[in-house]
Design a binder for this molecule. Sequence first.
Ligand code: KG4
Ligand code: ZN
Length: 361
Amino acid sequence: MADGRLSGGRLHQPARMMMNRTMKDVLILAIETSCDETAAAVVKNGRTVLSNVISSQIELHTLYGGVVPEIASRKHIEKINQVIEAALSEAKVTLKEITAIGVTYGPGLVGALLVGVAEAKAIAYAAGLPLIGVHHIEGHISANYIENQGLEPPFVCLVVSGGHTHLVIVRDYGEYEILGRTRDDAAGEAFDKVARAIGLGYPGGPKVDKLAKEGNPHAIEFPRAQIEGAPYDFSFSGVKSAVLNYLNSYQMKGEEIDRADLAASFQTSIVEVLVSHAICAAKEYHLDRLAIAGGVASNSALRSAMQQACEKEGITFYHPSPILCTDNAAMIGAAAYYEYQKGTRHGWDLNAVPNLKLGEH
Ligand code: KG4
Ligand code: ZN
């Protein structure tokens, strides 16, 4: 068991191991293929991005109105080597200078994840490098470390993406306490479904965001779900159904709807709930730092509402730039660095875990 890479599962080596490395830069080559972006990045010491290459498949999946898992896996296979080569060359480093390979191994689409995991294992094996499997959500949260050099745990983080909505306390690097999660749709999923219903296409979030700027956010009153006994949980299926019912009733009357008003009102109903839950958590747990993460964290209304609410409460607000909110490998490199420092190493039996829970390894 001396060599963690040869053992099954994950090894925690004593913290003093990392002390030997403090004089040397830690360069992580990170790989992310959990959904429809083939991404690779080189990240130095967890916070400095030397390269961040993303090959998006969005245009392809737009034809089908959403991500087609089989097509996603096939595209990853086609692109992964080019993307990794580009990441190394943009960072002006060779594999010899890389300290470890970080890769998303869950949650996500199983076939898509497998491409990244198999690639990471092959490179790590051939180059004799440690392998670090990363939780995709941990990656999203860690995106905040990249541009906010002073941000350190503990802080509250609202993770809002296409597949996840979690409100967590980041107790320490890699240590999470989940306060709440969605009971049904993820926030991004609600954006995507409403966008499709009003004919905006996929992915809906950015399109709703843009159209909402032209609408009145108080034109239509949509529900703000609050779950009894679970103040930090979310539910977005009610607002989604309310939007669909609203559209149906207008269609039956043969009347036109104002799509901008609808987009703005829907967006406000989601944003208000996200902001109020996150602020309540920061206050209740006496934390004066709040971060957001995930694709929906690039939503302009969410960012400005959260900024205002934080200012009012004396809370410092952190958010990654939009390119680091949606799926990318730089965030995986940041998360892998802190796992590396804790001594996390995965074995050659690392597999894709499509429903991996946050905090599980
Ligand atoms: O984090 P991400 O890239 O992938 C997942 O891990 O799911 O998030 C993608 C989601 C999609 O649902 C997309 O519609 C949403 O993030 N999104 C947005 C915006 N940009 C992306 N939602 C609202 N406003 C945006 N500006
Ligand atoms: Zn994601």
